[in-house]
Design a protein around this ligand. Structure first.
Ligand SMILES: Nc1ncnc2c1ncn2[C@@H]1O[C@H](COP(=O)(O)OP(=O)(O)OP(=O)(O)O)[C@@H](O)[C@H]1O
Ligand SMILES: [Mg+2]
Length: 341
């Protein structure tokens, strides 16, 4: 549904987007992730034909952003960072206005206006001036205008920024509910948002693609070594935490043990094993044989936040000349991120 090949945008001095390539299949909901200034908005603006790329190619629904911008726009709904609302207009008039701009008219226009009002739950606000709406409602109206012409693709630039936690949840629900009918790219730097809303993630940093994968695969990849959380304790008396740590360190295949939490009758350890070592059985036996209680033993999933920091904290990217290859992966045992070759 979306293909991007070596897409590049240079401003006077900055290369904001530097040869990024990715593709998004139909019906997918993709998180476009990156720190401030990474190039998210710039990429989205090229996809929506707001301005042309300096180099590279992008297609949306089979149409080229350079050669067929009108077709691309017809297939895209765009919610920019700041929703383009006319504050002196009433919600419903504004939606009719945008609908007409997108080529709708007559009963079809009224049908679509009614549909998006219902879909975005803004019925109570339809006769209010946009300038009098709360931020959360403005964002919903922004979404409503983005979907009014029933586009195949939705491009949402930080759709939940500035909303309170309740509004964020509502907006996420709404976006998730749109995913069935539309292919969605949403940019954010809120990581739980991606974990909760998206299936795929594209991470960019300083204009370069650093990873594109599913959330689950990214977690598996970034983990690199098998790492586990172990909660162990005693029934009575005090738990000999240092001794337990030593005992765990002696288990074959264990490369590192960190005591994450300690309480009177137990402790939680994070245990790293050399890659591919299946140590669970040995670990469990060691604990039980020492006469301790094994309360929990489970794989320690790396949060997307840790992955994000690991991938976007690559050294030397800033000082590297513009055409140098992607920087090496940050940790020696982390697998190489999918560089933009
Ligand atoms: N109109 C412009 N002229 C010159 N440089 C620009 C312009 N717009 C953006 N940039 C630069 O391009 C880079 C990428 O900016 P962009 O707005 O795409 O980042 P972003 O990932 O959307 O960041 P944020 O999370 O802050 O929204 C930044 O270094 C920015 O300063
Ligand atoms: Mg931005």
């Amino acid at each position: 549904m979306i293909t991007v090949q070596d897409l590049t945008k240079r401003y006077a001095r900055t290369t904001a987007v530097d040869h990024i390539s990715f593709s998004v299949t139909k019906g997918e909901i993709v998180g476009f992730l990156g720190p401030n200034g990474a190039g998210k908005t710039t990429t989205m603006r090229m996809l929506t034909c707001f301005f042309p790329p300096t180099a590279g190619k992008a297609t949306v629904a089979g149409f080229d952003v350079l050669d067929q911008p009108l077709e691309v726009r017809r297939h895209i709904g765009y919610l920019p960072e700041a929703p383009p609302l006319y504050l002196e207009m009433e919600t419903i008039d504004y939606l009719r206005f945008v609908g007409r701009l997108k080529g709708l008219a007559g009963p079809e226009l009224e049908k679509r206006v009614a549909f998006v009002i219902d879909r975005c739950a803004i019925g109570d606000m339809k006769n209010k001036l946009l300038g009098k709406l709360s931020k959360g409602y403005r964002q919903r109206v922004g979404l409503a205008q983005a979907i009014i012409h029933n586009p195949d693709v939705l491009i949402l630039d930080e759709p939940t920024s500035g909303l309170d936690p309740r509004q964020i949840n509502e907006a996420r629900e709404l976006i998730r509910s749109l995913a069935g009918d539309h292919t969605i790219i949403l940019s954010t730097h809120i990581l739980p948002e991606v974990e909760q809303t998206c299936e795929q993630v594209i991470i960019i940093n300083k204009g370069k693609l650093v990873a594109t994968d599913s959330v689950a695969n990214l977690q598996a990849r970034a983990r690199g070594a098998e790492s586990m959380l172990l909660e162990v304790g005693v029934r009575g008396g005090e738990f000999p935490s240092p001794r337990a740590q030593q005992r765990i360190e002696q288990v074959a295949g264990v490369s590192r043990v960190v005591c994450k939490e300690q309480f009177a009758q137990g402790a939680v350890f994070e245990i790293e094993a050399s890659r591919g070592q299946l140590i669970r059985g040995d670990l469990a036996r060691a604990i039980v044989n020492a006469g301790w209680e094994l309360n929990e033993l489970r794989p320690a999933a790396m949060s997307l936040e840790e992955i994000f920091l690991q991938l976007t904290d690559a050294p030397a990217a800033e000082s590297a000349p513009p055409d140098s290859p992607a920087p090496p992966p940050p940790a020696p045992d982390a697998p190489a991120p999918e560089a933009n070759a």
